[in-house]
Write a protein that binds this ligand. Structure first.
Ligand code: SF4
Length: 289
């Protein structure tokens, strides 16, 4: 059992196991389930992720409020039809993240990992890595277990709620979970997975939660697109053997302290940041009048 990143690493090192092995074993024990059952549930979860990440790529999926929708399709068409600045791979990852975000805003089915607002990041990162690395199903599902382990550590020691810790706790943690997962998929060590997760959190530390009209749509969807890129580059830095100066657990602690220091206006109240711009306020007024 583990509660901290350091404990997870110790278990991996002592037992010469991957992070996914430890997380799977823990899940089997806690849920009193067999390996097949635990893997089966994660496979079902992955199916939901796959569907949401591709659903809005070829058709416009709009939210009830009309604030968001159609951007996944735009980015997908853009990456297919023109020379892009950040390349086909990154644009494809962004379109998948936007897709899930738009499905969520339209009240469709998503897997909240760690939250519905940040639900676009993990599916896109895992699917993108699967395609790029040509990973088999077992490796892909294991990536999700690694992500789950990281999410659990942050939830236990800090927060995954935008209302408590800002968007760093939602899109940041989603990127951290994804980065750690795809590092294992790429053959990285447990330490590299934790470093990648730490990088992803450090990269966005302080990110506020400021949804227009209090709806989980804008800027949320944009942050899902940037969140998956954060996950991919954090994983690449770790795979390049860039080491984190600050251990993962200390980064998580810092994230929590920063979240607590954020004023209430920047913690999902729609009273600050983008929500409080003249345009944000006008959109909110129109929606609620
Ligand atoms: S801005 Fe707030 S509501 Fe939107 S994804 Fe981030 S934490 Fe969630």
């Amino acid at each position: 059992m583990f509660n901290k990143g350091s404990e997870l690493l110790d278990l991996c090192n002592k037992e010469n196991k991957k992070i996914s092995d430890i997380v799977i074993e823990k899940e089997m024990k806690l849920s009193n389930s067999s390996l097949e059952e635990v893997i089966g549930i994660m496979k079902e979860t992955f199916k939901v992720m796959e569907k949401s990440a591709t659903e809005a790529l070829n058709k416009e999926v709009r939210s009830v409020s009309g604030l968001t929708g159609g951007n996944a399709k735009k980015v997908e068409e853009y990456r297919n039809s023109r020379k892009t600045l950040s390349g086909v791979f990154i644009n494809s990852a962004m379109s998948k993240a936007l897709s899930t975000s738009e499905v969520n805003a339209s009240m469709g089915k998503v897997c909240a990992a760690p939250t519905a607002g940040a639900s676009g990041i993990l599916p896109s990162a895992i699917l993108s890595a699967k395609e790029k690395l040509e990973s088999d199903d077992d490796t892909t599902i294991r990536g999700l277990f690694v992500a789950a382990g990281i999410g659990e550590i942050v939830a236990k020691n800090a927060t995954v709620s935008g209302a408590e810790g800002g968007c760093q706790a939602e899109c940041g943690v989603a990127a951290a979970m994804a980065a750690a997962g795809i590092v294992e998929m790429a053959g990285g060590t447990p330490q590299m997975s934790l470093d990648a997760a730490g990088f992803a959190l450090i990269n966005i530390m302080g990110l506020v939660c400021d949804p227009i009209a209090g709806l989980v749509e804008y800027p949320c969807s944009l942050r899902n697109a940037s969140g998956v890129v954060n996950a991919l580059i954090s994983a690449d830095m770790a795979m390049a053997e860039v080491e984190s100066l600050v251990p993962f657990d200390e980064v998580v602690e810092a994230l929590y302290k920063v979240g607590k220091a954020l004023p209430e206006s920047l913690r999902e109240t729609a009273l600050g940041g983008i929500a409080a711009t003249p345009t944000g306020k006008e959109l909110s007024r129109r929606l609620f009048s």
